[in-house]
Design a protein around this ligand. Sequence first.
Ligand code: ADP
Ligand code: MG
Length: 484
Amino acid sequence: MNHSAKYELVVGLEVHAQLQTQTKLFCSDLTAFGAEPNTQVSPVSLALPGTLPVINKKAIELAVKLGLALNCTIQHENYFARKHYFYPDLPKGYQISQHTAPICEGGYLEITVEDEKMQIALNRIHLEEDAGKSIHDADERNTCIDLNRAGIPLLEMVTEPAIHSPEAAHAFLTELRRMLRWLDVCDGNMEEGSMRCDANISIRLQGDQKLGTRVEIKNLNSIRNVKKAIELEMQRQIECIEKNEPIIQQTRSFDADKQISFPLRNKEEADDYRYFSEPDLPAFVLSETFIEKIRSGLPLLPQMLIEKYKQDFGLSEYDANAICQDKEEVAFYESLVTYLPKYKTMANWMLGPIKQYTNDHQISILEFPLSPLRIAEIVSLTESGKIHFNTASTRLLSGMIKRPGLSALDVATELNLIQEQDGNALENWVSETLNAMPDKVKAYHAGKKALIGLFAGEVKKRSKGKADMEKVQQLLIEKLQQNG
Ligand code: ADP
Ligand code: MG
């Protein structure tokens, strides 16, 4: 029996995103990734006695920006609390967090799963500071601590338990990461840890209202692993229930190499963090003007731009979505269609030859060696029939990449790629070809119509590859009919 049909999967995600601020949440230490350990650590990050936190306004702006883009309600009066716990990488002994009073409440993110659009409800988004990092492999005997990360601003985004398939979790995180990057809120890099995700997973009988006991999985360092971990955990829970074993509320860790999860700790009662409001930070009040200013500065969001490309440019949903993967690609595409408003053709270039080149060389569109102007020059050659797309996207493109300073026409001329369209030249080649092969022409008229391919190949040879082959095909048919 297929047990997956008997049970419903219930998932809630908690996503932490490092904000793209220059400096930390409560002091002016830099946040750049990859610095020598403990070089971005002032007395505030170290929590030395007598230091006082000062809120970073940029972090608040980014939180509001994301909240507005995700349709949340923005809280006007905000304050921080201390969340106490002991850990070597937390020098203060507490984390300053908005856990009890989030800056953004509610909201949703729209995703598409197997062509079906759905909205995933959010519970809240709140600001908090990051902790330092324990490093276990730098020293044989000791665990080392790097406090560069301590105090970096984070947004924690928490969904409702409203995700019901591993695919939907994958789509949610992909869409969320696109939004974070689109808005310059977070670089979304899961390998470097600037976006981190914990998955809360339970199952229940189809139709049940009450939530099942949940298991939280940590250390998921890619979107693919989140999906995989959910699939495995769902199976594990189904097997437990089918064997009449209880599901224990616990925290598990995912091992990406072995593709398994194992228990870290059981969670019988809620942790006691002894929250109390942070006495060193006054409440911060957001005015309507402040919020409206951020709202009016929002760019067109991915889904709106996709809609615009479908409506105004006639692109398919698939193409529009693919171009809107990130705003750098959008900027390139917008530049292309400004030079030459051939929307569909330009989309084909973006998603065909250009994408292939950037994928093959593992570079972003920002590093693509040709400017949008150069691509527009190529397209104007293909549109006017001077060169065929197949030649343009292979020999011409690679020739231009070697010499990006030259125009498409210069490179095409130099490489002898411009198609001969002059009717007289084409007619001569066609006549010569047919005159040289009287037997084949006879065979053609006797019914071997496939010989037209042979004639075309011969014309191509005589023209040294420069003949416009569509025109050649037409001419051949005409001539053969005449002397048939
Ligand atoms: P905590 O504060 O202990 O982390 P929350 O109530 O804030 O717990 O929930 C954390 C996440 O777990 C949220 O995304 C929520 O939707 C999800 N969640 C809560 N209960 C369940 C459950 N029974 N099954 C699946 N997800 C759940
Ligand atoms: Mg939590």
